[in-house]
Design a protein around this ligand. Structure first.
Ligand code: ADP
Ligand code: NI
Length: 214
């Protein structure tokens, strides 16, 4: 492994010490590994893919009062301290800035393949068994309800509404998780997402069956 990647791993591990369990080093590690797997099937710059995967949640606005600039500042400072090339820094920062689900309405067109790969990897980790676990962990962290049959999912939320939403965790499946399969950018991503999507449908069926005790 090259030095820059190794140093980035150490930096991210230290930075994410004590993070919420769905956005901790283990999430980053899974996204990094998934990104490398998807990258094997695409023509791309793997260093940009790996650095972006490792740094993509370094300062998630959800945990920093909504501030969307901290991650960019922290990443730039780190990469400069490592004497990374300016061109590399700019490519990585562009990806960190535009990867997020809630910002998808604002993202520019013709996204670079490296972004598409890391975005698929991040979205794959949001679905399936791990996705379910992460979602309930985050809902618990926010003290949201697991489910309330009287609260409908909100399908057309603006970015601001999405950020403020404290709907139920089950509704988050309809507001985000079940939409991800059709938003995959790469063929490899689509394939992995399908299996995980089906597992979520199975989970929801069983959840409602157990909820509705008769
Ligand atoms: P991004 O970081 O790509 O903008 P999100 O902010 O939607 O994506 O959240 C990332 C992950 O955090 C989700 O996949 C989910 O596990 C969890 N999460 C975010 N919002 C909620 C919510 N309202 N209820 C439950 N989990 C959530
Ligand atoms: Ni992430």
């Amino acid at each position: 492994m090259n030095n820059l990647i190794e140093n980035t791993i150490s930096f991210v591990k230290e930075k994410l010490e004590g993070a919420e369990a769905g956005h901790d080093w283990f999430h980053i590690e899974r996204v990094w590994k998934l990104s490398k797997k998807i990258a094997e099937t695409e023509k791309c710059n793997t260093e940009i893919v790996e650095l972006s995967a490792l740094l993509h949640d370094i300062a998630d606005p959800k945990f920093h009062n909504g501030d969307e600039t901290i991650a960019l500042t922290v990443s730039r400072e780190f990469l400069e301290s490592q004497h990374a090339e300016e061109d590399t820094i700019e490519q990585v920062l562009f990806i960190i800035k535009n990867i997020s689900f809630k910002n998808r309405g604002e993202a520019p067109e013709n996204l670079p393949v490296e972004l598409k790969i890391v975005q698929d990897a991040d979205r794959i980790d949001a679905i399936g068994a791990i996705g379910i676990a992460r979602t309930f962990n985050f809902g618990g962290f926010k003290n949201n309800l697991m489910y309330d049959p009287n609260i409908e999912p909100k399908l057309e939320m603006s970015k601001e509404e999405y950020k403020k939403s404290n709907g139920t965790t089950i509704n988050h499946f309809y507001e985000k998780l079940l939409l991800l399969k059709d938003l995959m950018n790469t063929e490899k991503g689509k394939k992995i997402a399908e299996e995980r999507h089906d597992f979520m449908l199975l989970f929801l069926d069983q959840f409602y069956k157990e909820w509705n005790v008769d």
